[in-house]
Design a protein around this ligand. Sequence first.
Ligand code: MG
Length: 452
Amino acid sequence: MVKITSFTTRDVRFPTSLDKTGSDAMNAAGDYSAAYCIIYTDSEYAGHGMTFTIGRGNEIVASAIELLAPLVVGKDLDELTADWGKTWRYLVSDSQLRWIGPEKGVIHLALGAVVNALWDLWAKTLQKPVWRIVADMTPEEFVRCIDFRYITDAITPEEAIALLKEVEGGKQERIKEAEQSQAVPAYTTSAGWLGYSEDKLKALLKDSVAQGYKHFKLKVGANVEEDRRRLAIAREAIGYDKGNILMVDANQVWSVPEAIEWMQQLAEFKPWFIEEPTSPDDILGHAAIKKALENTPHGPIGVATGEMCQNRVVFKQLLQAGALTVLQADACRVGGVNEVLAILLLARKFGVPIVPHSGGVGLPEYTQHLSTIDYVVVSGKKSVLEYVDHLHEHFVHPSSVKDGYYVTPLEPGYSVEMKPESMDQFAFPGEEGKSWWRTEEAKTILEGPRIV
Ligand SMILES: [Mg+2]
């Protein structure tokens, strides 16, 4: 029996704004950050969870973690994991904290960190990676992890069990494939950030092609002429007929009619989908964009969104409205593993592939588990998963890609345990003599003009 005794939070920020890593049409310069939660126990095990943000405001999420984590202190892990659906409902039902959500925004980002820390802890005590815990569940056990409130009009627990049973036949084979790192094909955004020069774009694309990548994503939406130029460079590098797939991402900059017009001007470059064309809350707007782009003179352009979708309810409606070609749930923005499992089931029900959001520190570490779960247990079909090759060196078990596939994590846990020295080095505002944020170099960010 493992009892939770205490917790700590950390505010960790990496100064990625210095080189424009992560820059797009909406986010000029982010400092990739983690609002971090460590859950301690009366055993040798500690659970590590984090939520990804891009800098300012990370301390608000860390404060919200401090309000939520006491809900699990003093509890037995066995008790919390015996009926996960009930535990999850308990964690979203503090009525005073619920008022500042409910189940969305900062409080939900914080819940993601706490719930994911619990899964990490559970996985360590079971000596399994998180994906394997779920792969070893029966359909009934899987479904018991989920709080079905608000989604039973789209999928009931009974229906979910039936869907999972349909693909159970090939599960052992797929587990073997996962163990051989053949479950999750990777794609890269490393070349595509908007702040990069055309030369850097060219060089990075060439590099990615040489590494065996087949999917490439570029940021768009700042200037249509520039977008056309960058997409032409990209197509020159990856070709039209070599099986390489191009995707574009606008990070919510457009209104609905603008999204349609802009994408019609990019249609000749044949993108598979436009990601986040408009507000993540605009369900009918996404549906309208998808419908309008179904028949361009150059073929269809799909619609993808999810990295800023608040919860399973929004995903349910996007699916019900036929608004999605691809669903991109985030591992932290929704309330952790359990809510993602609900979203995977919804996607399966509506026949939409999932490509979880991975553009951020720690996200590939998380999403490699989620995509593996989707392939092995839920959809039985391979999809692709974004791999951004930044900042992995700060993790004890960093995610990696080999021969175009994610290397399946086999170590116990949820893979986001950060090295203690990295946490100290990038703690914000940090300690004098320890933290980068106390150095001369940091003054460029701290005292320079604020890049909004
Ligand atoms: Mg995106």
